[in-house]
Design a protein around this ligand. Structure first.
Ligand code: ADP
Ligand code: MG
Length: 257
């Protein structure tokens, strides 16, 4: 289980590895939740992680910005090793944006204030500049005219697009998405996937946990299938959908396609 999973897709050329996970093991108490994970992700690579509920997908991506601690192995993000060194953790969090299933917007703050708070408080950006930046990102996700509303006044799809704008306003090098469309009504899923697709086209390095296999086929370079805390299959997207090697990933695809 020591295979290093590194994408060799030709269009990624020899772009540098920006996330390097080696021999990662994590436990919740006695429960071994991540088992011998090795994964290397290149700049501009799009990775889609899928797998049954409880397989450790959220835990894995949460370890990448240290929302969760790991016990064994190493995680290096954009050159910074994740240890208890707070400076390194802060550095990684500035470079890594995250979007959650439940949006996690601040409910008592306007859309605009949600988007400017990171740049002002974490990046020390002057307010005027943060506001201009926020407007440009809100425009990019198609929410410009809602800037003065509160999250509760927006639909789920709109709130999720705001959450994406908020993450982008920190100008991250890497974006992590944890089932960003799973809490949305079907008619809102597309508007969020469209924003993610556009971001991918602009060259963002992305890790997406999602079961939207249409999106995955179109956008992913690499597919990762997890089960019971392990990476069971790691494959270029075309190979994963046409000829999955592992029985477990085959069965999973049959169920959801
Ligand atoms: P997935 O995102 O693939 O559904 P998770 O990473 O959320 O999986 O969870 C993997 C396993 O770890 C599940 O069995 C879950 O119940 C367990 N788990 C998740 N978070 C915690 C926690 N904070 N404490 C203890 N167990 C947890
Ligand atoms: Mg999850």
């Amino acid at each position: 289980m020591t295979t290093a999973h590194i994408n060799t897709a030709t269009h990624l050329g020899d772009s540098p590895v920006v996330i390097d996970i080696q021999g990662l093991n994590k436990w919740y108490g006695q429960f071994h939740v991540l088992k011998d994970i090795n994964l290397q992700i290149r700049q501009q690579e799009k990775v889609v992680i899928c797998g049954p509920s409880g397989s450790g997908k959220s835990t894995l991506i949460r370890t990448i910005n240290r929302l969760e601690e790991h016990q064994e192995g190493s995680i290096v993000v954009d050159g910074a090793p994740l240890t208890n060194d707070v400076k390194q953790i802060e550095r990684v969090r500035r470079e890594v944006g995250m979007v959650f299933q439940q949006f996690n917007l601040f409910p008592h703050m306007t859309i605009l204030d949600n988007v400017i708070s990171g740049p002002i408080h974490v990046r020390n950006m002057p307010r005027k500049q943060a506001v201009d930046l926020a407007h440009s990102y809100l425009e990019r996700v198609g929410i410009a005219e809602q800037a003065n509303k509160f999250p509760g006044q927006l639909s789920g799809g709109q709130q999720q697009r705001v959450a994406i704008a908020r993450a982008l306003a920190m100008q991250p090098k890497i974006m992590l998405f944890d089932e960003p469309t799973s809490a949305l009504d079907p008619e809102m899923i597309k508007e969020v996937l469209d924003v993610m697709r556009e971001l991918a086209e602009q060259g963002m390095t992305m890790i997406c946990v999602t079961h939207e296999m249409g999106f995955a086929r179109e956008v992913a370079d690499t597919m990762v299938f997890m089960d019971k805390g392990q990476i069971v299959e790691y494959a270029p997207v075309k190979e994963f959908f046409t000829a999955p090697k592992e029985e477990r990933s085959r069965m999973f695809l049959e169920q959801i396609l």
